[in-house]
Design a protein around this ligand. Sequence first.
Ligand code: FES
Length: 576
Amino acid sequence: MKKKSEGLRGSLTSYGDAGFSYFLRKSFAKSMGYSAEELARPVVGIANTASGMVSCHGTVPQLVEAVKRGVTAAGGLPIEFPTIALGEPFLNPTSMLFRNLMAIDTEEMIRAHPVDAVVLIGGCDKTVPAQLMAAASADVPAILLVTGPMMTGSHRGERLGACTDCRRFWGEHRGGRVDAEEIDEISGRLMPTSGTCMVMGTASTMACITEALGMMLPGGAAIPAVHADRLRNASESGACAVRMIETGGPKPTEIITPAALSNAFRVLLAIGGSTNAVIHLAALAGRLGIEIDYDALDRLGRETPVLVDLKPSGAHYMEDLNKAGGLAPLLRELAPLLDLDCLTVTGRTLGEELAAAPPAWPQEVVRPRDNPLHAEGGIAVLSGNLAPGGAIIKHSAATPELLSHEGRAVVFDSLDDMAERIDDPELDVTAEDVLVLRNAGPIGAPGMPEAGYIPIPKKLARAGVKDMLRISDARMSGTAFGAIVLHLCPEAAVGGPLALVQSGDRIRLDVPARSLDVLVSDAELQQRRVAWTPPPQHPGAERGWLALHLAHVQQADKGCDLDILAGKPSGARAPA
Ligand code: FES
């Protein structure tokens, strides 16, 4: 028999007298105006991530109220509590440095508070991964509610979406084709409503993946932030949390299984999703002791077509996916490749939910499997002497001619070095060269910022160069595009082979063969290794969160989670 509601009697404060602890808690709760009848109800915690520093969470206060309505109507007691929130463009040096901190905060607040179930409201890139990781570790019935994507903007008659068009216009500005006045005007047109970036960036990707995992109500991923359906979805999420308490689950560990993670990877590939999701899914799997099988992930990529026609791989935006039926048309197309027996937060299986979804209608956003956007999934896993622990490329968003390319390395030792020299007119670089950025990984940067989208050197951009082969141990925004190899593992700062590359070396990328190599002999690399010294310590590294991060963060293949947060290895692997 599963444990059901403990309500306010759960997670009591330690005074050595449980009766007194409950009496005291109830007394303080009554000071907030709750009645005895309300305090006897099962408690649904609501993680409130509203913050003036997270523009993507502007609608969270309304969502909290809608969740409360749903909880109350279903017979529960909704109680909101704040957690850390991470706004992608508002954090220095990068939000990724704080994903694990948010995960710890959320996990510990779920565990320490008297909640029988939780609704976790997230949205911006790192928030949903942090909440999934927290839910998996706390293992209290949990349901994810995303804020939802922004509506599209427009500039002089052209439809715009953040942040693919932010990057495209900035590239045009660097190339001298958009002047300072127009780029300032565009900054007021790119994001016309609250919500998350409306292309298939990391936020949209994680929303789709969360629905595919079963940790969100079916149909919840694509509803725009400002649509009335988003509030109805919030209210229903609250009601669902109460039902989970009544039935004793399912708990996150019953939902996030190797089979569910395989479904999530399959969906990631079919939506042409963000490369960051590979890291987040690795971290989530690690919480449950599940190891990522990167060979299997690459095989999945080769047999999974990209079916969702959204920027940056395609043409449409999230509001178009919502009008096309949300994730349901995609899941129907992928059904033969999915494990439909996986449980969802509703207590029903993915297959049962799919059967209950509204019927399909004609639309142009989700392609049939016999007419894909790209024949292969958007992400390939590479290996070779430059990345013995692996690297990835989102080849659906790259210039096809650069996917098999050999060129001369132009090496930048750090982000500062790159910022200083990339636009130097004297920089020895041509369009055929390979731009290399190192010391930008989880320890090197620190926090593995989204610096992998190395800008095209200004003198080449001005000459019309739009894409070059770029390689780094950094990440890349899911909204970016180009021939960009990321997550080289192990990173340069811990002595990975990327640390040994010198400007002028030849580098060869062969995506069809899944290889990435520097064409330097093993003997020469060994000589360079003997002479290598690690980069200097980061300022502030001796104390606080940064000290904890640097002491415990794992490499990209383990999702950059802290080793002290990982689960006991179970022997299970995903994707299957
Ligand atoms: Fe928050 Fe893009 S900046 S989702």
